[in-house]
Design a protein around this ligand. Sequence first.
Ligand code: UD1
Ligand code: CA
Length: 445
Amino acid sequence: MSGVRAIVLAAGKGTRMKSTLPKVFHELCGRPMLWWVLCALRDAGADEIVAVISPEMEERFAALGGARGIVQKEQLGTGHALRVALEALPTRRGGRVLVTNGDMPLVTREIFTAALDAVGSGAMALVTLRSGPESSFGRVVRKGNRVERIVEVRDATLDERAIEETNAGIYAIDESAARDVVGRIGNDNAQREYYLTDAVGILAASGAGVAPVLYPEGRDLAGINDRVELAVARQRMNERLCASYMRDGVTIVDPERTYLEPELTIGRDTVIYPNTQIGRLSSIGEGCTIGPNARLSNATVGNRTEIRESVVLDSTIGDGAHVGPFAHIRGESVLADDVRIGNFVELKNARLESGSKASHLSYLGDVTVGEDTNVGAGTITCNFDGKRKNRTTIGKRALIGSNSSLVAPVEIGDDALTGAGSVVTRDVPAGERVAGNPARPLPKK
Ligand code: UD1
Ligand code: CA
């Protein structure tokens, strides 16, 4: 959609959030509110996107990327915010501006497009919805069929409050009409603010067309002002995300109890059981079983791998692996294909080659474990000597006895064995068997 300049109003303090974090940076489904709005505007094909922000927001906003921020030094109202934005932007003749509140993360591309289509030859289109009497949204006052003005709840009479049609906070305006009208908005109202909603009354009174676009799905137009509304929106967004992954071939046993983010890769025929959370650009292959009660963040998982009741953070797991129940894998651990990690095993910066196993009650930190090695129950890599973290290296086909303590830095060779309860303080050569505290070579058989 060319010639469309999108302006997001996001500078408000959001006092009802009762937070040090500016409202539009509160997250739902792993992304700030504002991220979702910018995304939908991009999808709608806006060719220039700017956001009106407060001075405190500059740094966070820049980190979000993809849009220009215009600072509104003092938050004097939505009408003032639009004026500040337009003053900072060069005039584009014949263009349209799409203005939207930044606290509406559920708005989709379709809604923006509908507003833009409705401006037509008129001066302005605004998106409206049907709301109940408790709504805090501005009421749309019509005269006959035509929109006459919008009245904010605080300024409304009882009769006006009873009006069901409310203002969503999304406007498409002919740019020259917008430039003209923002200069004419006053602040004679209950909040002493410059209301953008007054533009509707001013344009309507001047005879310029104001087209309402009544949108039937009011839930998608929710403006988030407090944390209760945020939770409701989060649920709705999560429902959408789950639906889209399910349509792509993922089985989600209980979408209401599965928490996903955008931009994940999840392969076909993977089954996700309840109380599972997957985030931060994780990628999961096909035919996997994840959950119940799993948390994955920045995790890369191959095909046909099973992760039950476990936590996987910043780590990579190959194909056909089994993890859990109750494992904790973190710190850039890498598990090759067919690895088995069982109950109460913690891995940190661990590299396990294919077919290796640690099935019960272990801490394996800063370790390399070769192919087909078995790490017995209760094995601990003593990686911290009080000053630095040291590495343990275990070869292929080794047998680490139950309750072994491997005091790093230490190296255990291929086919070596440590007896149950060994405290290994020195390197064990390939094929050697050691036991005891400190571990000593056992007589050759
Ligand atoms: C606004 C509308 C109301 C509508 C509702 C829909 C006005 C006066 N009222 O009310 O009719 O039903 O949205 O959600 O517009 N902002 C700035 N600078 C400011 C003030 C606000 O950028 O000086 C931004 C806020 O960050 C927010 C948006 O504008 O994203 C809307 O402001 P908010 O205070 O939430 O308006 P509402 O009272 O919800
Ligand atoms: Ca609002």
